[in-house]
Design a binder for this molecule. Sequence first.
Ligand SMILES: Cc1cc2nc3c(=O)[nH]c(=O)nc-3n(C[C@H](O)[C@H](O)[C@H](O)COP(=O)(O)OP(=O)(O)OC[C@H]3O[C@@H](n4cnc5c(N)ncnc54)[C@H](O)[C@@H]3O)c2cc1C
Length: 458
Amino acid sequence: VARTRLVVVGGDAAGMSAASQARKRRDADELEIVAFERGGHVSYSACGLPYYAGDVVKDWHDLIARTPEQFAEQGIDARTGHEVEAIDLEARRVRVRDLAAGRSGDEPFDALVVATGAEPLRPPIPGIDLPGVHGLSILQDGIDLRRAIDAGPARAVVVGGGYIGLEAAEALVNRGVPTALVEAGPQVMGHIDPDMGELVSQATRDVGVELYTEEKVEAVEGDGRVRAVRTGSRTLEADLVVLGLGTRPAVGLAEAAGITLGPSGAIAVNARMQTPHEGVWAAGDCVQARHVVSGQPVNYHLGTIANKQGRVCGINLGGGYATFPGVLGTAVSRICAVEVARTGLSEAELAQLGLEWETATVDSTTRAGYFPGAAPIRTKVVAERRSGRLLGAQIVGREGAAKRIDVFAAAIWNGMAVDDMVHLDLSYAPPFSPVWDPVLIAVRKLSEQVERDLQACL
Ligand SMILES: Cc1cc2nc3c(=O)[nH]c(=O)nc-3n(C[C@H](O)[C@H](O)[C@H](O)COP(=O)(O)OP(=O)(O)OC[C@H]3O[C@@H](n4cnc5c(N)ncnc54)[C@H](O)[C@@H]3O)c2cc1C
């Protein structure tokens, strides 16, 4: 039997999961696997970068799940410092640049996995490339940011109040750096509803971050090094700037090769992670997925999704059969002690879909009210009008709050109505929750509302 050659572009979560799963099912006599990664590392946790920058994780090596040497033992040739410059679908080869040697050459493939991830948005703001302005996207960014914080900056500005911006702000304030955060929208965490987002904005202020919302950065100022960030309303001095302006799917390479993109702007794949092009697969932040509630094509950038998609892709490449059913966009984050979580659809997304819904919001405590450490938790649930089908949930609260979102995620995934959830046999002991967990109080309240509305309509 002729040996098949699998080429993987991008050596992180999705690409290396695909490579490992394919290897598990087919040995090196049957399948040669080569992964090209332009960065200096493969298979690392980007999610851990803010915690390395903030000195919670002491050694960046701990963020690496597997090195090229460990992959070599598995029979996977993972080449760092190698950038894929072009894909030729007709000739079935990629053009690869060895960045250290400064040479490019062609590498043939029988099967190809595109796992190029997402890239940070870097709008053409004057001064954005000045020394002292940091992104936080790849491992090297985390290493550079940590070094910059170690050097003891006088003042930092974080641009962008998404979760990466907030996690960077947490790292800075925990290391004693006076920090301002500038956000163009009305609240931080723009993907959650305004009433919940306001709590997160307040939590950001409470930890000492100077927060400026509805202000756009117009320029980064400095001469040879960053000195300040100028918004429409003020100039904020800073000798360290961190950008968290959002990300987009890294599809330039795929698009140039003629690989089909979907309406979300990411690579279109079927449930087995195959593109419409023979032998070409894709997974991770660069691909489009189906939203389980809306049925719409979406493109989220989450490690949870990338790992699962890579696994599905690799199982199929190894001759097995697996499908990826879709996503809910379940995500958790925190700003210091305040945790934030969401799953399913927000009210803004529901409005766009033309659905009608009811919401219930409850304030409760993370532990039994009398138990030391009991702290506030606000839980918001959204259900379809009349049917009561759970459509989304959001949580903001202190320790132990965020992971409660997983109960809602499991319920939405299984198409449960709030009424079905009222008697869920969830756990309880005073250190963990009140006897009526906030999840249950919220669904009970919403289920009563849905029922009242239904009666009123009859
Ligand atoms: C700071 C930060 C915090 C995060 N926190 C969380 C979190 O808490 N929870 C969560 O679920 N997700 C989190 N994420 C998102 C998560 O890290 C990503 O969703 C995940 O890494 C995506 O995996 P991927 O393999 O699709 O893409 P990536 O991890 O981006 O990997 C793609 C790789 O492809 C390489 N590449 C791109 N183009 C080429 C080319 N032409 N040639 C060779 N190599 C190429 C890139 O260098 C990169 O290493 C975080 C991300 C960041 C940046």
